[in-house]
Design a protein around this ligand. Structure first.
Ligand code: PHE
Length: 337
């Protein structure tokens, strides 16, 4: 009986099996209990012998079970530790890092260029009033740019700004007729355009404004040339072509020399040697007056450029929608920009 019990203890693979052995041999219905219970029927000589023997067997089985129990528990802890141990020699999993959005990078680069020329950065609201978006910029009520087709209106008086130029008027008002005013203003603008490779209903502009005594057209040209060379490269030059904006007079379209065409079939400038990058001009006297400046004492220039266009030219991006669909394969290319 003892041998059989000890063999089963040895064989027990887990605590549950061990418990079954304990119940089978030492439990209330087990053989040893039975022997001890039958003691009364034994003779006086047999009783101590059988009793001692039964006790010894019981103790031996009990201690075998206890020893095995400790061994099983230790093994379980060791197995758990082995499973949970960390292999410090494994290479780490690479962490993906983000990157500045290319439009943010371009805005910051343009800001840096103009901060270096003494401009500071201003901001204005994206939801604008009809007054600042149009009226204060000398856009008469029947101007085509005010057509419902081109703007996102909330009410007759409120719309999403269609350009950053309203910040010109807002900023001049704050200066209460006293210059110099020298700011640039980056921001989102909105137009009711159908999206395609070169149009987006939401895009970004950077406005520039300089008002002081004796500001001349040559100042505008000098500032824009310095900017073009800082942004595109020192070998670039600019040219001004006559244009029209209601809020500037004279108005110009500013081209930057291509610098990218390697002979025939330049995709960037279509072999003209020039790329159109921004609109600008001398601030219309009416605009100065409406914003509280005496146009006999003060003059100024303003310009506005499209951020996506600058980014597309600088990084050779062929579709404006890339900026807004946020494909990480596109964005990840600007990590070092
Ligand atoms: N606001 C004009 C546009 O959106 C750009 C511009 C700004 C032109 C300032 C002249 C002066 O096209």
């Amino acid at each position: 009986l003892k041998e059989q019990a000890l063999a089963q203890v040895t064989e027990a693979q887990d605590v549950k099996a061990l418990q079954e052995v304990r119940v089978a041999y030492l439990g209330k219905k087990g053989p040893i209990t039975e022997v001890l219970r039958g003691m009364g029927k034994l003779s006086a000589e047999e009783r101590p012998l059988i009793g001692q023997m039964a006790n010894e067997v019981r103790d031996e089985i009990k201690s075998a079970i206890e020893t095995k129990e400790v061994a099983l528990e230790t093994a379980a802890v060791e197995a758990k530790l082995a499973k949970e141990s960390i292999d410090v020699t494994l290479p780490g999993r690479p962490q993906k890092t983000g990157a500045r959005h290319p439009l943010t990078a371009v805005v910051e680069e343009v800001e840096d260029a103009f901060l270096g020329l003494g401009f500071s950065v201003a901001e204005g609201p994206e939801v604008e009033t009809d007054y600042y978006n149009f009226e204060a910029l000398n856009l008469p009520k029947d101007h085509p740019a005010r057509d419902m087709q081109d703007s996102f209106y909330f009410t007759d008086e409120l719309l999403l700004r269609t350009h950053t130029s309203p910040v010109q008027a807002r900023t001049m008002e704050k200066f209460e007729g006293r210059g110099p005013v020298k700011i640039i203003c980056p921001g989102k603008v909105f137009r009711r355009d159908d999206d395609d490779a070169t149009h987006s209903h939401q895009f970004m502009q950077i406005e520039g404004l300089f008002v002081d005594k004796n500001v001349r057209m040559s100042d505008l040209k000098g500032v824009l040339e310095a900017f073009a060379q800082s942004f595109f490269g020192p070998d670039r030059s600019i040219r001004l072509r006559p244009s029209f904006f209601p809020f500037t007079e004279p108005s110009v379209e500013v081209d930057v020399s291509c610098g990218m065409c390697g002979g025939e079939g330049c995709r960037v400038c279509k072999n003209t040697g020039w790329i159109e990058v921004l609109g600008a001009g001398m601030i219309h006297p009416k605009v100065l007056e409406m914003s509280g400046f005496d146009s006999k004492e003060y003059s100024g220039f303003a310009f506005g450029m499209g951020v996506e266009r600058l980014a597309m030219l600088k990084y050779d991006i062929d579709d404006i929608r890339h900026f807004y669909t946020n494909d990480v394969r596109f964005l990840a290319q600007f990590k070092r920009v």
